[in-house]
Design a binder for this molecule. Structure first.
Ligand code: ATP
Ligand code: MN
Length: 479
């Protein structure tokens, strides 16, 4: 049987039950004969207070050999402890119960001279350099629990709607986005002398291979067999942009539906986000309350919504997302052209400052932008009748900009082939993707949600490096 966690112990009624608390010491305070030890095991934001009374101690732990002085000396911040005692009503404010200690074991001490997490408040930058310990802080423990809670909510959402969870390959030979920012996968030693005449023949796969940027193309093949599928896996992009919204390795959720139009896709995206916001508020209430209190300050530089995280999520979960076309969005932006670094202009991609303006200033909440110019979108998106725009949709949110990118896919063989030729793509290597349009082709749609962007939005954390345990970015792959 698994032993009870601190969150389980905290939910017991304090009626003199015997308990054992296992965790790590957060703080220790001494007052005359009393020693207050705050212990947390990461099972919830709140730890539990354990009170040791020197007067009641018979000179030894649980009446065993008299090593109390030694044990108490080892009881510093960061030490791993097993504390036995009785759960009793607490006289202190803010907690119902505390543990009256009868015995303490310290499996691992944490010497105060060297343990890095002594102070109560370390900067996020300081903690990023110590990513192996930062989950022991309130903030990063809360991020980890929200990640876990929302990952579960993702699976629940799709399961309730008949979507099958599928695994797409991590190593691939196609570039789904045509963006070209891919990592090579090879067993060849780059330092050994190059033999260009052998091409990729001498490499492991006998062809050029990469880490996937998206599982979409493979997901499409399964959607055209199982009707509704989704992936939830890592994606890799050699982004050199070094922004607070991009990682080189991130997690993406990609649903794909057969017999579905762009409107169906937008409806699914909106329902999906709303259900995740609601799940955050309900399933992660204690952690969201923590972020609401400490991380509601807009962008941290005095700009931004000003509203609390919880209120923002509540509003986004219950009001209709504003929908507008790209052309309408550009027209809105042109009215305020003076306030941007990059002038808004039809045909150019929306900059992050434009996306923030649309969500924060125009809509005051999430916005779905549709029908982008085909030149700035991927080859697989279905062309509109105007032959200039495609059936794409991006969901934008305040503070972050794009959180979801999706589209209806081109299901017409001729149109798709022509587009690939125009873009100079090697059609041969996409023969299987084109087969979908040869055999039983059907309108289908899907989107990609960046899981870290979702966690950023829900927690209010500004830097994407703070919502994944071990961030990978240009020049950064420690741990
Ligand atoms: P952006 O314009 O913000 O770079 P994108 O248009 O390149 O994003 P898509 O190809 O549409 O991104 O990918 C779908 C989603 O995956 C995005 O909406 C975003 O939430 C997420 N995403 C894309 N690139 C990254 C990245 N480098 N790090 C983290 N999340 C990302
Ligand atoms: Mn996109």
């Amino acid at each position: 049987m698994l032993f009870p966690l601190v969150r389980d112990i905290r939910s017991l009624s304090p009626e003199n039950q015997d308990v054992t608390v296992r965790g790590w010491v957060r703080t220790k305070r001494e007052m005359k004969n009393l020693i207050f030890v705050e212990v947390n095991d990461g099972s919830s934001l709140s730890g539990i207070q354990c009170v040791f009374d020197r007067e009641k101690d018979g000179g030894g732990n649980d009446g065993a050999a008299g090593n109390t002085a030694e044990t108490l000396a080892a009881l510093g911040t960061g030490a791993a402890v097993e504390i036995r005692g009785r759960l009793v009503p607490s006289p202190a404010a803010g907690q119902d119960a505390e543990v009256a200690v009868s015995g303490i074991t310290v499996p691992g001490s944490a010497p105060a001279e060297s343990y890095p997490l002594q102070k109560k408040h370390h900067s996020l930058e300081f903690l990023r350099e110590r990513a192996h310990l930062r989950a022991r802080t309130n903030t990063f423990g809360a991020v980890a629990r929200v990640r876990s809670g929302l990952a579960f909510a993702v699976h629940r959402f799709f399961r309730e709607r008949g979507f099958q969870y599928m695994h797409t390959p991590i190593i691939t030979s196609n570039d789904a986005e045509g963006a070209g920012s891919m990592f090579r996968v090879t067993t060849l030693d780059p330092l050994a002398s190059a033999k260009p005449e052998s091409g990729y023949g001498g490499d492991f796969f006998g062809r050029a291979a990469y880490l996937t940027v998206s599982g979409q193309l493979e997901a499409e093949t399964y959607a055209c067999a199982l009707s509704r599928v989704y992936t939830f896996g890592p994606a890799f992009r050699a982004e050199n942009s070094n922004t607070v919204r991009h990682l080189a390795e991130f997690w993406m959720i990609e649903p794909e539906m057969a017999f579905a139009s762009l409107e169906d896709d937008m409806d699914l995206a909106e329902d999906f986000l709303k259900s995740l916001f609601t799940a955050a508020l309900q399933d992660c209430a204690e952690d969201i309350a923590f972020f609401d209190k400490h991380f509601s300050g807009g962008d941290g530089r005095g700009n931004g919504a000003g509203k609390g995280i919880a209120e923002t999520l509540e509003a986004a979960a219950t009001s209709k997302f504003v929908r507008m076309t790209y052309t309408e969005a550009v027209r809105e932006l042109e009215k305020s052209a003076g306030s941007f670094e990059y002038r808004p202009c039809w045909g150019r991609d929306l900059q992050s400052e434009h996306e923030k303006f649309l969500t924060e200033k125009i809509a005051g909440g999430p916005v779905i932008v549709t029908s982008y110019p085909r030149e700035i979108k991927a080859f697989y998106m279905k062309m509109n009748d105007d032959e200039k725009t495609v059936r794409a949709m991006d969901v934008l949110v305040p503070r972050l900009g794009e959180i979801i990118g999706g589209s209806q896919r081109e299901d017409d063989l001729q149109k798709l082939s022509r587009r690939m030729e125009e873009l100079g793509m090697k059609k041969d290597s996409y023969w299987w993707y084109l087969d979908l349009r040869r055999y039983g082709s059907v309108p289908h749609s899907g989107f990609g949600l960046g899981f870290e962007r979702l966690i950023q939005y829900v927690t209010g954390m500004i830097n994407i490096r703070d919502v994944i345990p071990y961030p990978r970015a240009a020049g950064q792959a420690e741990f």
